[in-house]
Design a protein around this ligand. Structure first.
Ligand SMILES: [Ca+2]
Ligand SMILES: [Ca+2]
Ligand SMILES: [Ca+2]
Length: 438
């Protein structure tokens, strides 16, 4: 019997019917068939890739009956082959068996068909779709003269819509597939396909047909059209938020993105200069995420984009910026920041670089750490040193460069700072003359 699949899963056998079916290529000759030593593997869609929506109907006849089917012409009965099959034994005249729902519009009907009697000429056997009455429908058939034919029957009058050469072999299973989608009609037998555009019948039941032919039918399956691919990108995620900053790391989250299907990934971007940005992590959701902060990053910025399973990517969120944290754990809840340290001056030039010094900052609880900010290459900014005393060594880069000192107390309150220009590195001509060359 036919099984409406809304209540139970399709009753098709999972392994055999829709797996790859090997069809011998047979050269059609009027007097004899010559079997070529070549086989074609018909890649009939199966498995997770093709199964997006539940089938509308499936019947493998293993329950031994054909309830749900109505017939006209022929001699229809459920019998045994390699499994239970629906057989049409009448080898003359037209026969059809129909089932399904007259409101079905777009779908694919698939069936395995084994012709057992084909008469010379235009003997046909196949599947039908969008049935209006027993004499009006679209149908896809195997023809005894080795053609795959897509046709339309209107009040009993046949219009051939498309044909393609195909190999039709008595006593062999053929998987026929007819897809009706809007005005598009596509028939398939393995790698052979036929198609046409016709809008006369917009909806209707499915069925099995034969004309001057007998055969067996099995594993009838009706599936809704594959869902349209998701082309809608997720919404832009919200600006990341800081949950916690500790020495060398920050923990962030962000307001989630939404998508018509579903967000599957977030790309988390990080940068340590205005113009830098790299993918720090790819994560499945906006759960708290801890990321390292580079030791010389004056500040680090974070932003995220969302992706769906189809690979659509949202625009990137607004940036959130975190200053380089002190190198010691935050303690206490003091709120009074240190005073600004004095302007840094170059105390001397050593092999390691410039030795800087500054007047110490003061704080109600005490200064714990100084950060030396160094700007060079116009706009590149680094924390070149984190020190506990009021001196530090930095490497001059040349060109216009500035430095400033920020003081931190134990509660990570930070001072203001005074920016000064760093003098250019000494040039060789300014150095004292060396010993005369010999
Ligand atoms: Ca069966
Ligand atoms: Ca989407
Ligand atoms: Ca303080």
């Amino acid at each position: 019997m036919t099984t409406p699949v809304s209540t139970t899963a399709a009753r098709r056998r999972p392994a055999l019917p829709y797996a790859a079916i090997v069809i011998p290529l047979v050269l059609a000759v009027t007097t004899a068939s010559v079997v070529l030593p070549v086989t074609a593997t018909a890649a009939v869609p199966d498995g997770p890739a093709a199964v997006a929506a539940a089938p509308l109907l499936g019947d493998d006849f293993e329950d031994g009956d054909a309830s749900g089917w109505s017939t006209s012409g022929g001699q229809w009965s459920v019998g045994s082959d390699d499994s239970r099959v629906y057989r049409q034994r009448g080898g003359s005249g037209s026969a059809s068996a129909r089932t399904g729902d007259p409101t079905w519009t777009d779908y694919t009907v698939t069936a395995r068909i084994k012709p057992t009697t084909l008469r010379p000429g235009r003997s046909t056997i196949g599947v039908l779709a969008r049935l209006q009455s027993s004499t009006s429908y679209y149908y896809l058939t195997l023809r005894s003269d080795n053609q795959l034919e897509l046709s339309k029957l209107v009040s009993g009058r046949v219009t051939s819509l498309a044909t393609a050469p195909a190999t039709v072999t008595l006593g062999t299973w053929h998987t026929l597939r007819l897809a009706v989608t809007g005005n598009s009609l596509v028939g398939q037998l393995g790698t052979v396909s036929v198609s046409a555009t016709d809008g006369q019948f917009g909806a209707g039941r499915i069925g099995l047909v034969s004309t001057s032919a007998a055969g067996s039918f099995d594993d009838v399956l009706v599936e809704p059209p594959a869902p349209a691919p998701d082309r809608e990108r997720p919404s832009t995620p919200g600006r990341p938020q800081v949950l916690e900053v500790v020495p060398g790391a920050v923990t962030i989250t962000w307001p989630a993105s939404t998508d018509n299907v579903g967000v599957t990934q977030y790309y988390v971007y990080q940068g340590d200069q205005f113009y830098t940005q790299w993918i720090a992590r790819i994560v499945p959701d906006n759960s708290p995420l801890t990321l390292p902060i580079g030791a010389t990053a004056a500040s680090s910025h974070f932003s995220v984009s969302a992706r769906d399973a189809a690979g659509n990517t949202s625009t990137i969120s607004s940036r959130m910026t975190v200053s380089q944290p002190p190198s010691f754990p935050r303690s206490g809840d003091n709120t009074v920041p240190p005073t600004a340290p004095g302007p840094p001056t170059v105390l001397g030039v050593t092999a390691e670089g410039y030795r800087l010094g500054w007047e110490p900052a003061t704080d109600d609880l005490g200064v714990v750490e100084y950060h030396v900010y160094h700007v060079f290459n116009v706009d590149e900014i680094r924390v070149e040193a984190k020190v506990t005393t009021n001196t530090a060594v930095i490497v001059p880069r040349g060109g216009y460069e500035t430095v400033r000192i920020v003081a931190y107390d134990a509660s990570w309150n930070s001072s203001s700072s005074v920016t000064v220009q760093l003098p250019p590195p000494p040039t060789p001509s300014a150095l004292p003359p060396g010993p005369p060359a010999r």
